[in-house]
Design a binder for this molecule. Structure first.
Ligand code: HEM
Ligand SMILES: *[C@@H]1O[C@H](CO)[C@@H](O)[C@H](O)[C@H]1NC(C)=O
Length: 643
């Protein structure tokens, strides 16, 4: 008996081993055929089992001599591109390389040339939608589909993205920024002109972004603590803004979105029935978030469908849900919701696709923009010189005018062409919320691409990652100077908004210009002076036909929020870890600089620990405490010696 069992086990192990080796040999052979640099890994870096348990294996692997793992282990770590990207591309001596494992073959590239080709040619390098199952679970949608189905989704959803709605977004972003500032300052801060240490910047910027997309995208009034809903609000919409869970729900709408996003991986991996009974906090949160969120969305869809069937036109603003519903529930026929699938005259969205698209608009329109604001604020606190320059531009454009009077049409272009736009661009260069963009070689046939004048054949079905976060720091494609702060050969790891005014005629010439003085942005004749990145070297919103639908909206929100905040206030790192309030008051200029430099160093170290779950951000409670002060009341950042 024992022998039989042992023999059976032996066979299983032998078969598994054979399969592993055969798979690996096949993938290595394919990699070799491309003529590109490749590395070999013992398991697939993208396997779920590895991603959930890598933290156990990595320290064990590192016990082996370095020569055994130095060349490949990096690619097995989450977010290696953000933390140590250039180093590995340099070590491999190539901007594009392959990773062969027993089960997968993957291409990674930070080459602007390859990225440009892959983003422009959607037919032969479609989106690798298999990488987006996590965003597909509430229904297929514009972000997670390809081919004819994607075209239909894109056609219906893009109707909401126009300049009229961008103007609407501008006004709402101004108003939500006021709400956020009021909450930060409170009555006490209003008196002293200074907030206490804020440790919730990540959470607050998420609220800010959700409140904006909630209102302009869906007509939902969401609130800041202390605010109340307008008296005349439609009672069906009031429940979404409620700061306490409304009848029939166990979470507020905002919390249901927040928990669903935070626990998205658990929600995807574990079925509802399991989440419900698991005795862990994460499972309870995942379950509660998902159930509440879906219930809100379902009720919202029913209300919109009733409205549409009653013949109501879409409401004000983007009315994303309204457009989705209109495309499906047409009031001119007498079709009931339950029958609508039986008589399709033109492509229509199913209920699940409507909910899926609504979800994607909330996710895409929320977390990405929130992170961009979060990191821009932190970088401005870290870089006082950049902050002072931002304020000079804002003052020149807006003076002391009241933000509620700002005119979108007159202001949006100059704002985005000023240091405001340069700061947003620079944050998106260093901290793109989407760090890698997944493409795939069409499964029908192999494809030829040209890299630096040489052709390479990529095998059909090859999964490719455009490593945005590395391409955007790649010295080959960006004009650089030696770093003044760290002495490094290039300054691409630094937040330097003024790089967006460096002149570029073409990629070759700019290398010659290193070290020269480029001058800077003066006054309003900016557009000629703005830096234009080489195509493919800057892709925070991706590029080509699959690029971000919300790019304009996001830029407009960022323009509004930075203008409102920095017209009236400055941001400073909180130095509480090194010196108390009283101590700081008594400090001379040099002492203040010293303590602020400690805070800068710490803040930069925390930012380096960002990683991606859905998007690149500070996870696991990591944060940088900051304070806002009314302009004129700065204790650190107004010091011209502090940069
Ligand atoms: C700073 C903010 C934002 C960034 C960095 C960003 C980035 C991106 C990126 C990189 C993609 C392509 C993903 C891929 O190909 O795998 C994308 C797609 C998309 N984004 Fe954004 N996004 C932002 C804000 C928004 C906003 C505000 C909305 C909507 C309100 C939005 C809606 C979408 C949609 C619908 C797609 C899918 C487009 C398609 O596949 O046809 N995004 N975004
Ligand atoms: C920001 O980047 C975009 C995209 O490359 C560019 O068109 C724009 O001019 C940049 N803005 C500034 C202020 O440099």
């Amino acid at each position: 008996m024992a022998y039989t069992l042992l023999a059976a086990l032996g066979v299983v192990v032998a078969v598994a081993l054979y399969r592993t080796i055969a798979g690996l040999r096949k993938n290595i052979a394919k990699a070799r055929k491309t003529g590109l640099v490749y590395i070999v890994t013992p398991v697939s870096p993208i396997s779920l089992a590895w991603q959930l348990t890598f933290w156990i294996w990595v320290p064990l692997i590192k016990l082996l001599p370095k020569s055994q793992w130095e060349r490949w282990l990096f690619v097995m770590l989450p977010e290696w591109g953000y933390s140590t990207g250039q180093k590995h591309f340099e070590m491999l001596g190539s901007e594009t390389f392959l990773v062969a494992s027993p089960t997968t073959l993957q291409l990674y590239t930070q080459s602007a040339e390859v990225i440009h080709t892959m983003t422009q040619r959607r037919e032969i390098f479609p989106k690798d939608v298999a990488k987006y199952t996590v965003l597909d679970m509430f229904g297929s949608n514009v972000l997670t589909t390809e081919g004819a189905l994607w075209r239909m989704h894109r056609k219906i959803t893009s109707a909401s993205f126009n300049e009229k709605n961008a103007a609407h977004t501008f006004a709402e972003a101004i108003s939500q920024t006021r709400g956020m500032l009021d909450m930060w300052f409170g009555p006490e801060g209003e008196k002293t002109g200074r907030t206490g240490p804020i440790r919730t910047l990540e959470h607050d910027t998420m609220t800010w972004a959700l409140n904006i997309i909630g209102y302009v995208g869906f007509g939902l009034r969401l609130l800041w603590p202390g605010q109340s809903l307008p008296k005349d609000i439609d009672p069906r919409l009031a429940k979404y803004g409620s700061l306490k869970p409304p009848a029939g729900h166990t979470l507020t709408f905002a919390d249901s979105v927040a928990l669903t996003l935070e626990r998205i991986v658990s929600i995807m991996i574990l079925p509802e029935s399991i989440l419900r009974i698991l005795p862990f906090k994460f499972a309870r949160e995942a379950y509660k978030g998902k159930i509440n969120y879906l219930q809100y969305m379902d009720e919202f869809l029913r209300d919109k469908a009733d409205e549409t069937l009653a013949g109501a036109p879409p409401s004000e603003g983007m009315d994303i849900m309204g457009h989705l519903v209109q495309s499906s529930y047409t009031p001119t026929t007498t079709t009931l919701p339950s029958q609508k699938k039986s008589t399709p005259t033109h492509p229509k969205l199913t209920d699940s696709e409507i909910i899926g698209n609504a979800f994607i608009m909330i996710v895409a329109g929320h977390e990405t923009t929130a992170n961009t604001l979060h990191f821009t604020l932190l970088e401005l606190a870290n870089n006082p010189a950049a902050q002072r320059r931002l304020q000079r531009d804002i003052d020149a454009l807006l003076g002391t005018s009241d933000p509620s009077t700002w005119d979108y049409e007159r202001l949006v272009s100059p704002l985005l062409a000023s240091h405001v736009g340069a700061c947003v661009n620079e944050t998106l260069r260093l901290m793109p919320p989407v760090t890698g963009i997944p493409k795939v070689v069409t499964p029908e046939q192999d494809q030829v691409i040209t890299i630096d004048g040489k052709t390479h054949v990529l095998p059909a079905g090859l999964a490719c990652t455009l490593v945005a976060v590395c391409a955007q720091r790649n010295p080959r494609w960006w004009p650089t100077r030696p770093s003044e702060r760290t002495g490094k050969a290039d300054d691409l790891d630094e937040f330097l908004p003024e790089r967006w005014y460096r002149v570029r005629k073409d990629a070759e010439e700019e290398k010659e210009e290193v070290g020269e003085d480029y001058g800077g942005f003066q006054g309003s004749d900016v557009s000629a002076a703005l830096y234009r990145p080489v195509r493919g070297s800057y892709i925070p919103f991706s590029d080509g036909p699959r690029s971000c639908l919300g790019r304009r909206i996001a830029m407009v929100e960022m323009g509004a929020v930075l203008a409102v905040i920095f017209q009236g206030y400055s941001i400073e790192l909180d130095v509480g870890e090194w010196a108390g309030e009283k101590e700081v008051e008594g400090m001379g200029a040099e002492e203040r600089r010293e303590v602020y430099r400690k805070a800068q160093e710490k803040s930069r170290a925390v930012i380096r620990e960002a990683d991606s779950i859905l998007t690149l951000k500070l996870h696991g409670g990591r944060h940088v405490p900051v304070r806002f002060v009314k302009r004129g009341g700065e204790r650190f950042v107004s010091d011209p010696m502090l940069s």
